[in-house]
Design a protein around this ligand. Structure first.
Ligand code: XMP
Length: 511
């Protein structure tokens, strides 16, 4: 790739991915690599950032990066652990903090005549999260900023383009964090801001053409954002050689198979819709255990996909919508002195005998960037704004065993809820919403009759990545209207409840 790049060396901080996202927001391309597995070729990287870490530079679990080709040779920004590391091993001193240093703090001193702190003033809020503190700066250290409790909050090494900060510029609570990163990357390191959705599309299409040539590629579409954007990118690159398969597992939302298929065809994609509902429901019969259901759905998907892929002659490649968070190798915090590397590669579960090579055009970009790339290629905003929907679909929202009748009931309930959110302008304010069919019946009265029917739970959450989530305070009026509609219109349901649990400790799905 012929554009400026930034290298982020990861020491296992929970915030490392956030550093990458902030850098990308500056339209600068960056990559995260484990501190002990840096890329072999450093030439392309115009600047380096060291992340934070749960480890301490004191004691046994010190993580030692190899910086001989970096320090003094390339602009270097060390954050939190990185800042402590540079201090501790270069003539300074790090000791346990005597006061709590978590959360908000404000800069009480700033050396504004340094480019690093231009446009950032005393009083600016920063976010601290550390239990060690830098007591003495390293050799040639020059103090750049302090807070009330942390004197050495930022420093530089004179004679080098090396900067260090104790606080976290990558979190939103550090108000001028992005400015600080821009000061370092753009003004000091002179990294070009050339990473845009359009440039990504252009370079990725060229790379796919080169990699795949005239080979045929098969891709499983799910109706979700990632697989759709991946398909459109591939289609731009190889046109009719892309064969898409969209499987109806019988656990999709109401009418989703037909409507999404139509939408794909309207986009010019070569898509085969395969209605395998019966095959999935047969396989699921009598299974109540959530992991058992996931497994049955996964295995059946592979069987169906495999059957279909065999109909495409000479297919050589399998394309997937894997995105960067699935790919990043993070440094394990439990790894002890020689931290082990945990891999999250999501290379799918296709049987080996298919022997397909893998192409993953989105493997270096984050979810929000996938949406921006999709928008730049003219994909319908409604499709790009769809809530996440789990692979096993309604299968993990029907608690207990799955039957065609239960799927029908839940599809009706879900459609009323989701359409209601759209009609009332609430859909885009919610990160994910859906309905759960509970494995209990409750007593009710309808007319003069006593009923004994199903209970459904509605769930709507706000989140950024699904890792943590909170329930959404939907208007009472909306809940009342939706509950009435469901009970009046969906045969088999006589009670609606709303889930007001956060994650953690609850999860988003009920299974
Ligand atoms: P939980 O329930 O773990 O869900 O809080 C977090 C996010 O992951 C989705 N999810 C799944 N997605 N296969 C998927 O593809 C699954 O088995 C699965 N389980 C949960 C969930 O919808 C939410 O967005």
């Amino acid at each position: 790739m012929e554009q400026d790049q930034v290298l982020i060396l990861d020491f296992g901080s929970q915030y490392t991915q956030l550093i990458a996202r902030r850098v990308r927001e500056l339209n600068i391309y960056c990559e995260i690599h484990p501190y002990n597995h840096p890329p072999k070729e450093l030439e392309n990287f115009k600047a380096v950032i060291l992340s934070g870490s749960p480890n301490s530079v004191r004691g046994e679990n010190v993580l030692h990066p190899e910086l001989s080709e970096i320090r003094g040779k390339k602009p270097l920004l060390a954050v939190c652990y990185g800042a402590q590391y540079l201090a501790h091993f270069s003539g300074g001193k790090v000791a346990p903090s005597s006061t709590r240093e978590y959360g908000r703090a404000n800069l009480s001193f700033v050396k504004n005549d340094e480019i690093f702190f231009q446009n950032i003033s005393v009083g600016s809020q920063v976010w601290m999260s550390h239990s060690d503190t830098i007591k003495e700066l390293p050799t040639n250290g020059l103090l750049l900023a302090s807070t009330k409790d942390v004197e050495n909050a930022a420093y530089k090494i004179e004679g080098e383009d090396t900067f260090a900060i104790q606080f976290h510029p990558e979190v939103y609570h550090t108000k001028d964090g992005k400015q600080l990163l821009a000061n370092f990357l753009v003004d000091i390191a002179k990294v070009g801001q050339t990473w845009t959705p359009d440039s990504f599309v252009e370079s990725t299409v060229a790379a796919i053409k080169e990699k795949v040539g005239n080979d045929k590629v098969v891709l499983g579409l799910s109706g979700g954002v990632d697989s759709t954007v991946a398909a459109v990118l591939l289609h731009k690159a190889i046109g009719k050689n892309l064969y898409c398969i969209f499987v109806n597992n019988g656990l999709l939302r109401k009418n989703e198979f037909e409507s999404v298929l139509k939408q794909y065809e309207g986009m010019g994609l070569n898509v085969k819709g395969v209605d395998a509902s019966k095959r999935f429901l047969d396989k699921l019969a009598g299974i109540s255990d959530p992991e058992g259901k996931r497994k049955a759905i996964g295995v059946t998907f592979i069987d169906v996909f495999d059957d279909e892929a065999h109909h495409i002659q000479d297919v050589k490649w399998l394309a997937q919508g894997t995105i960067y968070p699935d790919v990043i190798e993070s440094v394990s915090v439990n790894g002890g002195p020689s931290a082990t590397i945990k891999s999250h590669h999501n290379v799918g579960g296709l049987p080996d005998y298919m022997k397909l090579k893998i192409v993953e055009p989105l493997r270096m970009i984050f979810k929000d960037e996938v949406r921006r790339v999709g928008a730049s290629m003219g994909i319908d905003p409604e499709l790009l704004g769809r809530h996440p929907f789990p692979g096993p679909g309604l299968g993990i929202r029907i608690l207990g065993d799955i039957t065609a009748e239960k799927v029908r009931i839940l599809q009706e309930v879900d459609a009323i809820f989701i359409n209601g959110l759209k009609e009332d302008g609430l859909y885009d304010k919610v990160w994910q919403a859906g309905a759960m069919l509970l494995p209990v019946n409750s007593v009710g009265v309808m007319g003069d009759e006593r009923t004994y029917e199903k209970v459904v739970a509605l769930r709507a959450v706000e989140s950024t990545d699904g890792m943590t989530a909170d329930w959404v305070d939907l208007p009472y009026e909306f809940l009342q209207k939706t509950s009435n509609k469901i009970i009046n219109q969906v045969k088999g349901v006589n009670r609606v409840v709303y889930d007001i649990s956060s994650k953690p400790p609850a999860t988003i799905e009920w299974e």
